[in-house]
Ligand binder design. Structure first.
Ligand SMILES: [Fe+2]
Length: 461
């Protein structure tokens, strides 16, 4: 039998209560709180015919981006095969998407959710998954436009409309439409002040515009995003740390790192990415975070060594191995990534070949003090790095690393050029002025060095 959810989308289940209970589980995922996996497992024990529920459980395990979870997804696919005859055309698109994603074909999965959205533009789960995979694929246009293609079909009074706006806000931000992103994010938060993704979208606006003080003030609404049980909180803490980093408030950065960012010793990949990125950024600025912090985070990262499931994550593991001078393991990581599944249609392999391997080699060369070699590896990939996922703010670590390599290698003209590019986009960043001052000093232009230093001092004052 089919029953309708609060947006009038029909799903196969054994009763209306399944669909009603699923609504709160879906909110738990979109609102990033609670334990949606435990809740869906409990629901499926009571209603094994709930086709979308099995897909949802598969999606949760795929979203974790951990190879060890793939056999479980395979088992769920087996269960879906047994009940597939009960599914309608819309649900069959979800089943097909699970299979494509499990096979590593992220573009293929997205095509099936797009078809599901043609049939039911108010399928909030398909919408969210299109959004998530656009993020993994670094596809900023579709982060924005998958929402744009359905938004007119929604009514603002529909449950979940706020989450739709939160997604739109982040897509607008990644496309550089900062004013609309900010307004849309605020609109989402008027509907649901605890929409962490909408908070996050506005946080990105502040980051990209170099509005550090505004960002610190914005994130001070901690009760909305840092409450107990919010599994996205670490990432928003990480954003707060970035504002302080730009303002050269390093003690505060370490306080955040040791507290809400890393204090719980999480082994979640999402949290480990933020840990490695923050320590690496501190190191680039000449602020040694200390070997114990690096070792702790890197040891946790080793749970995912050689996963080869998401190149963006592998680069963050590489940061830990390189920074702790575990060079043999770092070389092994590059070799294992190079040899895994090359040549098939796996989306991640394309990202690895076009960006991930060069990025890993570049960071490794940097840690070994081979700065010219680091520039050779990183310079060609920095402008196409969006292909391997993440946000502009996260991928900026490639730019920061290649610039630091240029400065340390004495490639001052090149550094000046790339830094001028940054200043044209983000003139309010003290760290940008600090770096360009170093480039001018290296070039012997002490007049411009003094001007750049003056800008930095003014912004820090
Ligand atoms: Fe972010």
């Amino acid at each position: 039998m089919q029953y309708r959810d609060e947006r009038a989308v029909a799903f196969t289940a054994s009763g209306q209560s399944t669909i009603d209970r699923f609504e709160s589980i879906l909110s738990s995922l979109l609102g990033t709180y609670g334990d949606p996996e435990a809740a869906i497992n409990e629901l499926l024990e009571e209603d094994g015919d709930f086709v979308l529920g099995h897909c949802f459980l598969a999606y949760l395990n795929l979203l974790a981006l951990e190879r060890s979870l793939m056999p479980l997804v395979g088992e769920i696919i087996g269960r879906l095969d047994k009940i597939q005859s009960k599914a309608d055309d819309h649900e069959k698109e979800h089943i097909a998407a699970v299979k494509k994603w499990h096979a590593g074909d992220l573009h293929g999965a997205v095509r099936h959710w797009e078809k599901a959205l043609l049939l039911n533009p108010c399928d909030l789960l398909a919408m969210r998954l299109c959004h998530d995979l656009a993020f993994f694929l670094g596809d900023c246009r579709n982060l924005r436009d998958t929402v744009g293609r359905v938004r007119n079909e929604w009514s603002p009074s529909m449950p979940g409309y706020g989450y739709l706006l939160g997604m739109h806000a982040f897509g607008l931000e990644e496309c550089g439409d900062y004013d609309r992103a900010k307004d849309t994010g605020r609109e989402a938060l008027e509907i649901n002040p605890r929409d962490s993704w909408a908070v996050h979208a506005v946080t990105h606006v502040m980051e990209m515009m170099g509005r550090q003080r505004d960002g610190i003030e914005w994130t001070s609404r901690e009760a909305d995003w840092a409450y107990e049980g919010n599994f996205f909180a670490v990432h928003n803490w990480w954003h707060l740390a970035l504002y302080h980093l730009d303002m050269a408030q390093y003690d505060r950065v370490l306080e955040l790192y040791d507290g809400p960012i890393r204090g719980n010793n999480s082994i979640s990949v999402l949290d480990l990415v933020d840990a490695a990125a923050l320590l690496w950024r501190l190191s680039l600025l000449g602020e040694d975070p200390g070997s114990s912090r690096w070792s702790e985070a890197t040891d946790s990262w080793m749970n995912y060594f050689g996963d080869g499931i998401y190149a963006f994550n592998d680069l963050h593991l590489m940061m830990g191995l390189a920074a702790t001078e575990r060079f043999d393991e770092a070389d092994n990581l590059v070799n294992s990534l190079q040899q895994s599944d090359v040549g098939n249609a796996n989306t991640n392999q394309l990202a690895l070949q076009s960006i991930g391997l060069s990025a890993c080699r570049g960071f490794l060369a940097f840690a070994k003090g081979q700065y010219d070699e680091a520039v050779e590896h990183l310079l060609p990939v920095r402008h196409r790095a969006f292909h391997f996922g993440g946000s502009h703010a996260q991928r900026d670590i490639l730019n920061l690393t290649v610039i630091e390599a240029m400065l340390r290698a004495g490639q001052y003209r090149l550094a000046r050029s790339v830094l001028n590019e940054r200043l044209a986009l983000k003139p309010n960043s003290p760290q940008n002025w600090k770096m360009v001052a170093r480039a001018y000093k290296g070039l012997g232009d002490m007049e411009k060095y003094a001007i750049a230093h003056g800008h930095m001092d003014q912004l820090l004052a």
